[in-house]
Design a protein around this ligand. Sequence first.
Ligand code: ZN
Ligand code: ZN
Length: 302
Amino acid sequence: MSTHPIDFHPPTEEAPAFLLPKAGTLFAERADRFAVLARDHALSEWLDFLGKISAAQQYAQARLPALPLPDADTLARAQTHGMPPLDPAKRPALWREALRDIANALLPEAPEGASKALNALLAADDARLERLADALLVNGDIQEGDAAELPFIGAALQVVFTQLASQLAVSALQPMDAHNVCPCCGSPAVASVVRLGAAINNLRYLHCSLCNTEWNVARAVCTSCGNDKTVALHQLEGSDGRVRAETCDECHSTLKIVYQDKDPNVDPVADDLATLALDMLIDEAGYQRAGPNLLLIGAHSG
Ligand SMILES: [Zn+2]
Ligand SMILES: [Zn+2]
């Protein structure tokens, strides 16, 4: 592991504070990214299957109708109280339809363990599915037997919340007090990305673990506690620096940063999962991840 000094580039005025997801292409692009990352990787079979989950997410998204957004009163109340407009506790029931679409699309190519989980989800009643969604998004009450099923629950919830976020106007969003909280749905960030582009060159955006919205946060600031003194970046020995872990010695949290200038196709979710070795090193050094990757939760536990 090596440590690098941080380049600090202050945000420019024209840069957008928020980037809403493009639901029509996001999951297909992530599927492509997983396929690239799976090549010559020690976890190639797993990454390949994650790519298939992403492709199934795109299939499920394309079958969704436009979803009902919160009404004007709810949006106004959220603005007044500095709250995100979407609430993961209030899910459109159609997320269960998205889950069934994902399960049916994946079953023909799923490895044995995943097939078992997918069949159990297809057989589950609505109450059980809602309990699993609450465990993931609302109360964290994850039970041991749920582990294999949760990545698929997360995948379906990502589809509906990404669709909802893509339907919102950017004017419905406002910066949150906590850097790590999504201004669109209130979920924690999975990672951040330093983007290339005309107005956003070298700016850092946090990426929502649920709805795929991105929001600008200055570089060299801890996204969990806001401290800018004891933040450091680490990368695996021999790596090209495409993915680094940002650690904070004030609150002992960590979150990864991916860099578009090293590879324009980096994806905060896929590149995060392709660098689990970095998580292990940072975990051994005593830092705690600030946000989950919903395609991983449960997969390596229980
Ligand atoms: Zn979000
Ligand atoms: Zn911190």
